[in-house]
Write a protein that binds this ligand. Structure first.
Ligand SMILES: [Zn+2]
Length: 228
C-alpha cells in the first residue's frame, strides 16, 4: 500500500492548505513553516484584551480569545476559505486541537461547561454539506474534555426585506436570527461560544444575548481568527 501511496503522491502531491507548497511526508494539512508563520494573537492569557473590549457595553462576555489575527489576502484567510468552501474539514480538526491546547494553558477558561458553535442555517448546511465548526468544535471539546452541544442554539428564519439596509437595520436583523430551544438546558452554565472569524462581533453578540436569557448563565468566546 505504501508503494501505491508513494506513486499517488508523485502525481498528486499533498500541498499545504495555507501556502500551497508541497508537504513533507511528516507533515499534514499545514506545513511547519506556516504553523510558525501564522499571526497568533496571544489573547488567551490576557484579560481585557482587544477582543473582549469589542464587547464592552454590548454583551457581558466573561473571557474571549482568538487563535490568529485575520488579514485580507493572508494565510489565515486562505485556510478558512479552504475550511468553509473547499470541504477541508481536517483544518477544523487541526485548529481545534491547537486552540484546545492553548485554552488548557490558561486559568481563564477552566470553568467552561459546554462548547457551542455558532449555528448555520439548515439550508446553507445542506448546500455546503457540513458546518465548518463541527470538526473544530469536536477537536476542541476532546482536548478540553468538555461536551459539544450543536442542537440547542439554532438559526431561525427572520423576515428580511429586500430593500437596502442601513447599519442599524442590519444589526437588528442579525439580533433576531438565533434562539435557544430549551433555556433551562444552560441554567447555571458557563458556555464557550465558538466561531471562525470575528469582524464586527454582531453575530456573537446576538448568540451571547440568547444565552443570557438562561438563568445564571455566563458566556465566553473563542474564535479562529480576529479581524483588527
Ligand atoms: Zn504552508
Amino acid at each position: 500500500m505504501q508503494l501505491f501511496k508513494d506513486i499517488f503522491d508523485l502525481f498528486f502531491p499533498e500541498v499545504c492548505l495555507a501556502c500551497k507548497n508541497q508537504l513533507y511526508s511528516n507533515e499534514s494539512s499545514i506545513c511547519t513553516f506556516c504553523r510558525h508563520d501564522f499571526p497568533q494573537t496571544d489573547f488567551t492569557n490576557v484579560s481585557n484584551n482587544q477582543l473582549e473590549k469589542l464587547f464592552h457595553g454590548r454583551s457581558p462576555i466573561k473571557e474571549a480569545t482568538a487563535l490568529f489575527y485575520f488579514h485580507k489576502k493572508g494565510k489565515v484567510q486562505e485556510l478558512i476559505h479552504q475550511l468553509k468552501y473547499r470541504n477541508h474539514q481536517e483544518i477544523g480538526e487541526v485548529l481545534g486541537y491547537w486552540l484546545g491546547e492553548d485554552l488548557k494553558s490558561s486559568n481563564r477558561f477552566k470553568s467552561i461547561d459546554y462548547i457551542v458553535p455558532v449555528p448555520i442555517h439548515p439550508k446553507k448546511r445542506r448546500k455546503r454539506g457540513y458546518n465548518q465548526l463541527t470538526k473544530f468544535g469536536e477537536a476542541l471539546a476532546q482536548t478540553l474534555s468538555k461536551t459539544l452541544i450543536e442542537n440547542e442554539l439554532q438559526k431561525i428564519d427572520s423576515t428580511e426585506t429586500q430593500t437596502r439596509k442601513g447599519k442599524m437595520e442590519r444589526w437588528l436583523n442579525v439580533q433576531n436570527h438565533f434562539e435557544i430551544k430549551d433555556l433551562s438546558f444552560f441554567e447555571n452554565c458557563h458556555v464557550l461560544l465558538i466561531d471562525d472569524v470575528i469582524t464586527t462581533g454582531a453575530t456573537l453578540e446576538a448568540c451571547s444575548n440568547q444565552f443570557l436569557k438562561c438563568k445564571n448563565a455566563t458566556v465566553s468566546i473563542a474564535v479562529i481568527a480576529y479581524t483588527e
